[in-house]
Design a protein around this ligand. Structure first.
Ligand code: SF4
Ligand code: SF4
Length: 174
């Protein structure tokens, strides 16, 4: 199995063949070990359900902060799919984006458009959901500290679930 998870020169799977190979390998291992993956699938599903539960709140914050943003984060940051992101998509049978977000660290994400991100929230890299920019944090703090606390808790729970399904998946396929 070859998963290029560490590179100092470029994000993993930045080329089309590398992206296809990584996804093919994950898919292959899921099919091969499927009968042992019940608990792993359950954890990944739980992460998916919790993730979806915070989207309405995130959409509402974005509507308030993003349209007039002077420096949209998607244009300056260079997030990419990591190994957990990929196995999350595969374990939940979500559609796999056609390419990695960037092929080099100086690039802008290929999924940005003039209307924002073209990917459904559920298939974006985790960091795109996890990151609340200063404007959004300030907006939440000013408007609804209760919601900020709930969001922080859920983000922490999702992060822990992601670690759990990754560990469990690696144990099964190793
Ligand atoms: S998340 Fe924050 S930095 Fe990114 S576009 Fe919205 S307001 Fe701007
Ligand atoms: S995947 Fe979407 S949200 Fe994430 S950086 Fe790219 S355009 Fe922005």
């Amino acid at each position: 199995m070859k998963f290029d998870t560490v590179s100092t020169l470029s994000p993993p799977w930045g080329s089309a063949p590398a992206w296809q190979e990584a996804n093919f390998s994950i898919d292959f291992h899921i099919k091969r070990y499927y009968s042992h993956l019940g608990p792993v699938l359950q954890i990944a599903r739980e992460a998916c359900v919790r993730l979806e539960s915070i989207f309405p709140a995130l959409d509402a914050i974005c509507r308030l902060t993003c349209p007039r943003c002077p420096a949209p984060c998607c244009l300056s940051a260079s997030p990419w799919y990591d190994w957990r992101d990929l196995i999350f998509l595969h374990l939940n049978q979500l559609s796999i984006p056609p390419t990695q977000t960037i092929s080099g660290f100086a690039e802008t994400c290929c999924y940005i458009s003039h209307k924002g991100c073209t990917l459904p929230r559920i298939t974006r890299p985790w960091i795109c959901t996890w990151y609340l920019c200063p404007a959004q944090t300030a907006n939440l703090n000013a408007r609804n500290t209760g919601q900020r606390k709930i969001l922080s808790r859920l983000l922490g729970e999702i992060k822990a679930l992601r670690e759990n399904f990754e560990d469990a998946f690696i144990r099964v396929i190793s």
